[in-house]
Design a protein around this ligand. Structure first.
Ligand SMILES: NC(=O)c1ccc[n+]([C@@H]2O[C@H](COP(=O)([O-])OP(=O)(O)OC[C@H]3O[C@@H](n4cnc5c(N)ncnc54)[C@H](OP(=O)(O)O)[C@@H]3O)[C@@H](O)[C@H]2O)c1
Length: 322
């Protein structure tokens, strides 16, 4: 049975996505993440409920060393025939942090490292472990677009490049806010998804690279690092009404998870490469992402800066895409 690797599959939108991938599409799964207990428990639940094979892979996406060792372990499982080549990789793990910047073991701002840099490294290391017609899906966010109601809540860290942003606050200057760091990490995912699509097409590959926005979705662990009153307000019916009135995209935990599974596995989205899909108020539609996300020069610079930030080695990554 074909296999899908997902980061952050044991929580929130990821849980609902995995259930649909296992039940409707009959996929085996690899749950990659940093919380072994919840991952093992959820793997057991999936195996028991749907009879699929589920492996657990230790991977902290904020640490380059952890992503490298997780990717190596995954490669070994494939080479030993324990799991099939990957039919999809879903870059779903993400954090919305608050307060002053914190830095990872590699010295990078934590939001950018967790949401963006770790996932790019993962893809670089596992692209050749994917099925010929595999799909890569990035869980992005409407907050990446400063021209929308979602984006206006946070703004974008424009005027900084990825290297500057990864090091924000270190030079004594005022650091970029955590809200902007979150939104920009998602903009980077989309810029990268589109650039990856262009490079895959140029290399004659059939692998797809798709961006997906689940919409503002309550009931997940997304706001767990925010103050308790913020968490309470965000989950209230009143806030949901205010957001809808203000034009914010609205997700629902089950539906957003189902939509993530659909863009990953459904034949209907087989030609979705280079596109942006969004869940809003019970509908899944293809949409335009932000103006900034279509800037190809910006994407090429980001591609190069990212390679330098993740310290890609000459023997790593897909030569075809350089
Ligand atoms: N909820 C929303 O309103 C919303 C809107 C737009 C986009 N999104 C995006 O949707 C995705 C899923 O979020 P969610 O709402 O389902 O929130 P969630 O329940 O908090 O899920 C986030 C997942 O990311 C994992 N994760 C965080 N840091 C990690 C790290 N360093 N290494 C490995 N895994 C890590 C978490 O694992 P742990 O349990 O180990 O922390 C968890 O499994 C995220 O990318 C988020 O940005 C959410």
């Amino acid at each position: 049975m074909p296999t899908i690797l997902i980061t952050g599959g044991h929580s929130g939108i990821g849980i609902e996505c995995c259930k649909i991938l296992a039940s409707t599409y009959n996929y085996n799964l690899i749950l990659a993440g940093r919380s072994p207990g919840p991952m093992e428990n959820f793997a057991k639940e999936l195996i028991k409920s749907y009879g699929v094979k589920v492996s657990v892979l230790a991977m902290d996406t904020s640490s380059l060393t952890s992503v490298r060792s997780g990717a190596l372990y995954c490669r070994e499982m494939i080479e030993k025939g324990e799991v099939d080549k990957l039919q999809a990789i879903i870059c779903n793990a993400g954090v919305r942090l608050g307060g002053a910047p914190t830095y990872t073991v590699d010295g990078y701002e934590e939001t950018l490292a967790t949401n963006y840099l770790g996932h790019v490294l993962l893809l670089e290391l596992l692209l050749d472990c994917m099925a010929d017609n595999g799909r890569i899906v990035f869980t992005a966010s409407g907050t990446h677009d400063p021209d929308t109601a979602d984006g206006k809540m946070m703004g974008i860290a424009d005027g900084h490049d990825a290297i500057g942003l990864a090091n924000t606050g270190k030079d004594g200057a005022k650091p970029v806010s955590r809200g902007k760091l979150y939104a920009t990490s998602k903009l980077y995912m989309i810029l990268y998804a589109y650039e990856l699509d262009r490079r895959l097409r140029k290399a004659g590959s059939l692998i797809s690279s798709i961006a997906f926005d689940p919409g503002a979705t309550s009931g997940t662990g997304f706001l767990r690092n925010m103050p308790k009153p913020v968490q309470w307000l965000a989950g209230s019916a009143f806030m949901s009404w205010v957001m809808k009135k203000s034009g914010v995209t609205i997700g629902d935990i089950k539906f957003s998870g189902e939509c993530l599974a659909r863009v990953t596995a459904d034949p209907e989205y087989a030609s979705g490469s280079g596109k942006y899909f969004q869940t809003n108020d019970g509908k899944l539609t293809e949409r335009r992402s932000s103006k900034l996300s279509y800037d190809e020069q910006r994407a090429v610079k980001l591609w190069k800066d990212t390679k330098s930030l993740i310290h890609i080695q000459p023997n790593e990554g897909s030569v075809k895409l350089r």
